[in-house]
Design a protein around this ligand. Structure first.
Ligand code: CO
Length: 140
């Protein structure tokens, strides 16, 4: 059911510092501008790779869900992986039917790519926080 790997989410205490790693050490050349998603409590910055992206996420505000992760992983670390699906509602219902819990309200919300996303509970996914995103239209 899952399609392409869209991105790997990496939590960081400083997007600026992480950008230096991906640009200066690893040699990534296509790095977007940092932008905020206040309602999700995150700053986001995408590093484009030929076949996928790295999504750098930094806490935004005191209620950011990333604070807890950074408390356990002060240097940052791999936070989630995101796969594309054709239909987010179908995927959500299939996950639930198979016993996997959806985080939050269970309703898709609009993610950093402007398409609906859900998160599947890591305890039902072998310890990995899985994001499913509706496949962006071509050109996105
Ligand atoms: Co993500």
């Amino acid at each position: 059911m899952i399609g392409n790997l869209n991105h790997v989410g990496v939590a960081t205490p400083s997007i600026e510092d992480s950008v230096k790693l991906y640009r200066d050490v690893l040699g990534a050349t296509k790095i977007g501008e940092k932008f905020s998603m206040p309602e999700q409590g995150v700053w986001v910055c995408f590093v484009d790779l030929p076949n996928a992206q790295i999504e750098l996420i930094e806490p935004y505000g005191d209620d950011s869900p990333i604070h807890g992760f950074l408390k356990h992983n002060p240097a940052g670390g791999q936070h989630h992986i995101c796969f594309e699906v054709d239909d987010i509602i179908e995927a959500r219902d299939e996950m639930k039917a198979k016993g996997a819990r959806i985080l939050g309200t269970g309703e898709p919300r609009i993610g950093a790519h402007g398409v609906p996303i859900i998160f599947v509970h890591p305890k039902d996914m072998g310890g990995v926080l899985i994001e499913l995103m509706q496949k962006p239209e071509a050109g996105h």
